[in-house]
Every structure is written in structure tokens, then in C-alpha cells.
Design a binder for this molecule. Structure first.
Ligand SMILES: [Zn+2]
Length: 433
């Protein structure tokens, strides 16, 4: 397939990857790539195995065995990661690849869908090179996330695998509406829908135009004008209708929720994940445990924003208020055993810093490094419905593989310096020594 080969060649040039050996041949299914791992980390058990070889064929892992038992055959490509710790690519279940951390209101109002898509191309590459091989993109304008996902899947641009939501659903005047201009300009957020019939229509519309999941705003938010993060926005009945339609049509639901009442209602309505969860209380914790709802904390953004951000005053004060309580509340939820998947809200801070989120879980909230790693691998794929496909290094799964210079179980911050990235059997970064 000439076309595919050309694309992959162009892609390797674009990302400057050095391992040309990983370039798929004309018949990639017939060719083996041996990834020689000095240490292989099993993210399910925390076991580190020395000198293992991952055999990659096409975009999948064919087998994993002790290196001594896997001889190089004629035609095999070999990638030497003998000095490295090798683990599955990380997964971020809350990103906005089509956005950047610039909250100047005029820029926000003048961003076109085309600009979002172009921004997404740059950020997708940055995210993949940081070792994030899959993401959920939870909110984008004009279905620019659908086109970005499709361009990545077609090999036109490098980026992580994406599950995308399209425009997030929200109430009039809520976090997912556009509230910066007066009435005379008639600006309404793309995902705004009030009442049962309207939310059903909007769920169906998002699916029609390519959404893999449904994102809703259950409560107010920080980066929106004039609303209160603690106030519930959708009613329990509206959220029940959203979940019923989404689940019947095979889509999961992610609910932006800061306030405790909104978290409680969203979980009760059957959403699959609560995003942010800043004001989670004991009642909401109990409800989420009962329903098996995932919590997706997005905490590093607060550290970054407080230290380096320059938000307009009507966003800034809310950021300060939420940051004052979120970590304490999230820590209680973690300790109570609520299921956690790593999400970052990258776009609120620069893309590519995603792994800083795990540093917060471990070094600020007391999670073990293994548990933190699981939030970005096996838990993330459980939430996404991709357990059979990725999230662990196992035969039959996608060859989504990263490597770092020491075990993240010793120091989770090493994940901020990923040296090797393979996605679907193609090498995008290789600075291994
Ligand atoms: Zn977000």
C-alpha cells in the first residue's frame, strides 16, 4: 500500500523519530518488530520483569516472552530498550486537544472551528510524544474533535487514539453555554439544550455527527462567566433522559460536576464518570461507590493556574475558591475507594504536561505509584470500554508502548520524561540510550 507507506514516512519525518526500523514494510502484517525491554512493568500487578521481548506484528502485540527465548529472525526489526523500563502508553480521559490555555475573552469569542482543528493537530502531536497514546476529548466546537480523530486514524497527522464528544450538552446560561456577550448578539453555546426533548435531540445530534461519548455539564464551572461551580445545572430528570438515550445508542456519558448535589444526581442518573468532583461529599461518595461511577479528578491544572495562569477576574476567583477545597475532598473520595481514572483537562494548562497529574495523586494525595499508574491505564480503559484493546501490554492488544529511564514505581515523576513512544506498532519517539 503505497499511500500508507508514504504517510508513515512523512509522519516519521515530522516527528523526527530515529527508529526507521519501525517503519512498516509493504505488508506490515508479515513483519515482526522485536522490542527488547530491559525491564517490563506489569501495570496490573506492579511486577517488573527483566529482559523481556515484546513481539509486535502490524499494529498489535503478538507475544511477550523472555528475551533469551526470542531469537531474531531474518527480516525482523529490533528496537533496543535494554536500559529502559517499558510500560503501556498512558491514557488521559479528560483532554481538550482543540484548545489552548489562553482565556482572553476576545480570543475565546473569535476562535473558529477551523482554528480549533488546527490547534488540535499541534496538540495531538505534543500529547502523543509525551507518552499519552489514548485520550477522551470531552468538549470541542464544530465537531472539530471528530475530524481530528479521523485524521489521526487515517494517518494524516500524528496523535493519540481519541474518543470524542463533540459539543458538550448544558443548560442555557450554564458552564457549557457561551455567556460573555449581551442578549443583542444572540450567542448560544452549540450544546445548549433545556428539557427532556431537547436533551434527547442533542444527544442524537452529537452521535449523528460522530461523537463516541456524550459530555454534559451537570453543574456550574470555573472557566465560564457568571455561574456557580457548586450549583446544579441539569436536573435529575434531564440527566436520566440523557443517559437513557446515550446508553441505548452505545455511548458512555461524562458529567462535568463540581457541586455535591450535581455529582449525586449525575451518579444516580447513571453517568459513567464524574469530571472534576471538587466539592464531593460523603453522600456523593457513597452514591458513586454504589453505582460504580468513575471519578476523574483534574487537579494539576489548579497548581499550574495558581502559579502561572493569567485568567480574567471572573474566572480567577472561582479557580482560587475551587482549588482551596478540591484536593482535600478528592483525597477523601480516593481513600473511600471511589474508582479513579486519570484526567487532566489539558488545555487549561499546556498540552504534554499530562503526567504531572499522577505526581499530584502520589505526592500530594498519598496514592501509591502503582495505583496512580493504574488510573492512567487499566482504569482508564475500563471507563472507555477499551479493556480488550489497550491499557496493558498483552498479546492481542494494540502495540501502544512507552519507555522511561527508571521504574515509575520508584518515582512517578519519571513519566514526565518519556523517552520512547510507539502507537499501533509505529515509533513516534525514540531517545533511548
Ligand atoms: Zn474539561
Amino acid at each position: 500500500m503505497f499511500k500508507r507507506k508514504t504517510l508513515v514516512t512523512a509522519l516519521l519525518l515530522v516527528v523526527g523519530a530515529t527508529a526507521l526500523s519501525a517503519q512498516p514494510a509493504a505488508h506490515p502484517s508479515a513483519k515482526r518488530t522485536l522490542v527488547r525491554a530491559g525491564h517490563l512493568l506489569d501495570v496490573k500487578t506492579g511486577k517488573l520483569l527483566d529482559n523481556e521481548t515484546i513481539v509486535v506484528v502490524g499494529e498489535n502485540i503478538q507475544s511477550i516472552a523472555p528475551s533469551a527465548s526470542v531469537a531474531q529472525q531474518p527480516g525482523d526489526a529490533v528496537i533496543d530498550l535494554k536500559g529502559m523500563t517499558v510500560l503501556p502508553g498512558l491514557i488521559d480521559v479528560h483532554t481538550h486537544l482543540t484548545g489552548d490555555p489562553d482565556f482572553d475573552p476576545y480570543r475565546e469569542l473569535t476562535t473558529t472551528d477551523a482554528k480549533e482543528a488546527i490547534t488540535g493537530v499541534a496538540n495531538a502531536r505534543t500529547t502523543l510524544l509525551a507518552g499519552i497514546t489514548s485520550v477522551r476529548n470531552v468538549g470541542a466546537g464544530g465537531y472539530s474533535d471528530v475530524d481530528l480523530r479521523d485524521a489521526i486514524n487515517a494517518g494524516q497527522v500524528p496523535g493519540p487514539r481519541m474518543q470524542v464528544s463533540g459539543p458538550p450538552l448544558g443548560i442555557t446560561g450554564g458552564h457549557c453555554d457561551e455567556n460573555l456577550l449581551p442578549l443583542k448578539y444572540h450567542v448560544v453555546g452549540e450544546g445548549v439544550a433545556d428539557g427532556i426533548a431537547a436533551v434527547q435531540q442533542k444527544v442524537r445530534q452529537n452521535i449523528k455527527y460522530g461523537a463516541d461519548l456524550i459530555k454534559i455539564c451537570a453543574t456550574g464551572g470555573v472557566l465560564s462567566k457568571g455561574d456557580d461551580p457548586q450549583a446544579s445545572q441539569y436536573t435529575l430528570e434531564e440527566m436520566r433522559a440523557i443517559v437513557a438515550d446515550a446508553h441505548r445508542l452505545g455511548r458512555k456519558v461524562a458529567a462535568h460536576s463540581h457541586g455535591s448535589q450535581g455529582i449525586l444526581w449525575a451518579s444516580e442518573a447513571g453517568v459513567d464518570s464524574i469530571e472534576h468532583g471538587s466539592y464531593i461529599n460523603d453522600e456523593a461518595i457513597a452514591e458513586m461507590k454504589k453505582n460504580g461511577t468513575y471519578l476523574v479528578p483534574t487537579l494539576y491544572l489548579e497548581d499550574w493556574q495558581i502559579e502561572k495562569g493569567s485568567l480574567p477576574p471572573f474566572y480567577h476567583q472561582k479557580m482560587v475558591d475551587v482549588s482551596a477545597v478540591a484536593k482535600t475532598n478528592i483525597k477523601r473520595a480516593m481513600q473511600a475507594g471511589v474508582k479513579i481514572a486519570m484526567g487532566t483537562d489539558a488545555a487549561v494548562y499546556p498540552h504534554g504536561l499530562n503526567a504531572h497529574e499522577l505526581d499530584v495523586y502520589v505526592n500530594q494525595l498519598g496514592m501509591t505509584p502503582l495505583a496512580a499508574l493504574q488510573t492512567a491505564t487499566i482504569n482508564a480503559v475500563d471507563l472507555m470500554g477499551w479493556t480488550a484493546k489497550t491499557g496493558a501490554l498483552e498479546p492481542g492488544k494494540w502495540a501502544d508502548i512507552i519507555a522511561v529511564e527508571k521504574s515509575p514505581l520508584e518515582d512517578v515523576r519519571i513519566l514526565q520524561d518519556v523517552k520512547f513512544v510507539m502507537k499501533g506498532g509505529v515509533v513516534y519517539r525514540n531517545e533511548s540510550k
